[in-house]
Every structure is written in C-alpha cells, then in structure tokens.
Ligand binder design. Structure first.
Ligand SMILES: Cc1cc2nc3c(=O)[nH]c(=O)nc-3n(C[C@H](O)[C@H](O)[C@H](O)COP(=O)(O)OP(=O)(O)OC[C@H]3O[C@@H](n4cnc5c(N)ncnc54)[C@H](O)[C@@H]3O)c2cc1C
Length: 415
C-alpha cells in the first residue's frame, strides 16, 4: 500500500529544521489519527470541533507560537504554518479556527518584538502578554479573532466601527463583529476596535487590539451559522454593548497593530496554510480513490485510464506550484519586506486560495460521481476550499487589485 500521507513539505527538499519537522510530524499524526474522522460530524451538523481543541491543548499546540520560556512550543512563523497546513489537510475548520487562536500569540509575540518598542512600552507589553499566554498554557484558554464588521474595517480601508471609550481603568466597548469564528467557544474574543477621541475624526492609527472575555457583561452571540463550507468554524455575530475591559486586556500597545499591518504584512498570510492543506487533501483523496485504496469505498481501480492520469498530473503540477510560491513567501516573512516580497505575498495568497478550490474541482471531475457523496471527504473539501478567497483583508479580488496597481504604478504616480 502506497503511503501518500507523507509530509506536504519534506524535510530534506525544503531544508526544514528539526523543530519544523517535529511540528509537522506531530500535526500530521494528530490530523490523521484523530481529526480526519471527526471532520464529518463537525461539517454535517455545523458544530465546533471541541474534541479537537482538547487534543490541540494536550499536545501543547494551543501554545505553539508561545516562546519556550513562557511555557509554549516556541515555533516560528514558518514552523507554525507548516504544522497548520498538515492540520488543514484533515480538518479545514479546525485549522482555520486554530489559526485565529494562534495569531493572538504570533502577533503579540514574534511580530510585536520585530517592531521594536521603547523600553517601558516593551516591558508593559511583555507583562500583559505573559498573562494572556499563562491563560492559554495553564487553563487551555482559546482566543479568537473577530475583526470583520461587513464594511471596510477588516479590508484595511477604514477605521473599525466597533469603538472603545477610554475610562480610568480600561475601555467600554460598543459594536458588532460578523463572521466571528469560534463564537460561543472561545474564552476571549481578540477584537480590533477604534479608540474614541473627543473632537477628532476616527483614525486607523487609533486601532486597539483587545481581549474581551467571552463571559463579560454585555457580550452576546447572535444569529445562526449554516454556511456552504467551513461549517465547524461557528462564525456567528458578536454584539458588544457597553462591555468594560480593563487595561491589561490590550493584546498590543495602541498603534502597534496598525504598524504591524503596514510593516509585517505577511501576518495576513496566516489564513493560507489551511488551504494548502485542503489542496493536498484533494490530491491525496484522488490518488487513493483511483488506486482503489480509499477506506469505505469498493476496491475498484481507476488509475489505468489515460484521462485520469493526465488529470492527476495536472493536479500534481498545480500542487507543486502552490507549495513552491507558498514556501518562499512563508520563509521570507518578516519586518519591512521589499515591494517585490509584498507583491509575492499577495500572489501567494491568491494562488493558494483560488488554487485549492481548482484542485478540489478537478478532483471531483477526475474521481467521478461516486466520489462526491457526502459520506466521503472530497465533497467537504470542495466546499471548504471555496471559502478561502472571501476572507479579508486579502480576498482574491483585493490581491489582484494590489498586484495590478503596484505593477503598473510606482509610489506616488497617478494618471
Ligand atoms: C468560513 C469563514 C470564517 C471567517 N472567520 C472570520 C473570523 O474569525 N474573523 C473575522 O474577522 N472574519 C472572519 N471571516 C470573514 C471574512 O474575513 C470577511 O470579512 C467576510 O467574508 C466578508 O464578507 P462580506 O460579505 O462583508 O464581504 P464583502 O462585501 O466582499 O467585503 C466587505 C467590505 O470589504 C471591502 N472590500 C471588499 N472587497 C473589496 C475590494 N475588492 N476592494 C476594496 N475594498 C473591498 C468593502 O468595504 C466591503 O464593503 C470569515 C469568513 C469565512 C467565510
């Protein structure tokens, strides 16, 4: 029997560190042994993958990007991304929601450190993040990332409408977040909002990144969640009505999220690993299916037909293209990238988000009718993979827009 569940990124070829290899192996094992089978019920019933989160906690994966000296696994940006791709291969909804959680440690950790702060700001930030990390490591706290409001805020075009009125000891928050993955399941909602100022227009520079306890007075979850794909993410609407949070709720100092978005733009590539995993999953499925080796299907071989071989070749080529550009962008992620690196990051996001669904589409055509039954994973992979291009701030359309503009116009040029 062919072992097609080898790593997506082989250690030798991609020159992974030992740590990256270990994270990838651990994630793949967890995905294959535990998450793959559970994915059906989370999708069918649109329920949150609670059992998977217990396993992620047990394996230390809730603290994957928390530094070792603060109790975490100390993974870097690339180590996390490779592990997340392996998780996405077996359960898209788990990988996508896990990403929201991990970003709350990645952005407050590696990214914030790269931005360099004055000593007193750094010390105060370190004290706060240590408290947040402790909650994750000791209590298994889950942090989500509800930024979207339905307007230009999450697209980076306008200030967030959700606002925070400063008080002596903290802030009072009012507003609404849509598509809030992990709603009703996160312990803290890591929201982006605009700090209110008297007599001044709201500015994106006043963006605050605050951790709101899910059980705080004035927080409510509204609406249902019955979408096409990523059904286990439970991305319902959150309402904040006069919610008080104390000063230590700040996940980053004021203005630092805004600075990170400008100076560490690869932070927005973190949604992509899930979809690299989904693309690989569609390919894995097709190969197993055509070889007659897919569990719970008759052992009928279909691999001898030339048309199927050609389709698989096309899928392999698309997968290698996705892997190559993605690995390059993930590897070069860091502070103050060049315009070429930023353009490549947009191209990567576009290639992965659109490419994953193209591979899934091809997989359905190639495998044939019996392969798209709901009892098999391909049908779910097809639906889940459609969602990637819609996610702000780097939707497929926004990526195209920025690549086109920055290719044709130098900074400051106009017609
Ligand atoms: C499965 C899933 C899970 C999600 N989880 C989360 C989550 O946890 N947290 C979170 O914050 N969000 C999440 N989202 C939301 C996602 O990031 C988007 O915000 C959402 O899909 C946008 O929906 P919309 O209909 O408002 O989009 P749109 O109407 O397309 O966009 C919203 C606004 O963005 C701006 N915009 C859109 N396109 C362009 C363009 N081409 N050029 C310039 N501006 C543009 C416009 O102001 C527009 O009004 C999730 C989405 C999905 C599908």
């Amino acid at each position: 029997m062919q072992n097609i569940d080898g790593p997506i990124f082989e250690t030798k070829a991609f020159k992974l560190s030992k740590k990256e290899e270990n994270l990838s192996n651990k994630a793949r094992e967890l995905g294959m042994k535990k998450f793959a089978n559970r994915a059906f019920k989370y999708d069918d019933n649109a329920v949150f993958p609670i059992e998977n989160y217990k396993d992620l906690y047990k394996e230390g994966f809730l603290g994957i990007c928390i530094p070792k000296n603060k109790g975490g696994l100390g993974a870097g940006f690339r180590g996390y991304a490779i592990a997340a791709a392996e998780i996405g291969r077996y359960c898209g909804a788990t990988a996508l929601t896990w990403n929201m959680h991990v970003c709350s440690t990645l952005w407050t950790g590696i990214l914030a450190d790269d931005l360099k702060m004055p000593k007193n700001m750094q010390e105060s930030h370190d004290k706060k993040r240590t408290m947040h990390y402790k909650r994750i490591i000791k209590e298994g706290a889950i942090y989500s990332q509800p930024f979207s409001e339905g307007g230009g805020g999450a697209a980076g075009a306008t200030p967030f409408l959700t606002n925070a009125q400063p008080t002596k000891n903290g802030w009072i928050i009012n507003g609404k977040k849509i598509f809030a993955s992990l709603s009703g399941h996160a312990s803290y909602y890591g929201i982006l909002c605009t700090e209110k100022k008297t007599n001044e227009l709201a500015s994106q520079k006043d963006t605050l990144y605050l951790a709101v306890p899910a059980n705080a007075k004035g927080v409510s979850v509204q609406g249902d969640w019955n979408p096409l794909g990523m059904r286990g993410t439970i991305s319902r609407t959150l309402i904040f009505k006069d919610v008080f949070v104390p000063k230590d709720s700040a996940l980053m100092p004021k203005g630092k999220y805004y600075e990170a978005a400008k100076r560490w733009p690869h932070m927005f590539l973190t949604l992509s690993p899930t979809y690299v995993g989904l693309a690989q999953a569609a390919l894995d499925f097709t190969i197993k299916y055509l070889r007659g080796e897919l569990p719970n299907t008759p052992p009928i071989k279909r691999r001898m037909y030339a048309t199927k071989q050609l389709s698989v070749a096309e899928m392999q080529i698309q997968m290698e293209n996705i892997k190559t550009i993605w690995f390059q962008s993930i590897s070069e992620a860091g502070v103050d990238p060049s315009p070429q690196q930023i353009k490549r990051a947009y191209a990567t996001q576009y290639t992965v988000m659109e490419g994953a669904h193209k591979i899934a589409q091809l997989a359905i055509r190639t495998c044939g009718g019996q392969a798209m039954l709901k009892s098999l994973s391909l049908e779910r992979i097809f639906r889940d993979s459609r969602c990637g291009s819609l996610m702000l701030p780097w939707t497929a359309e926004i990526c195209l827009d920025r690549i086109g503009k920055t290719s044709l116009y130098n900074v400051g040029e106009k017609d």
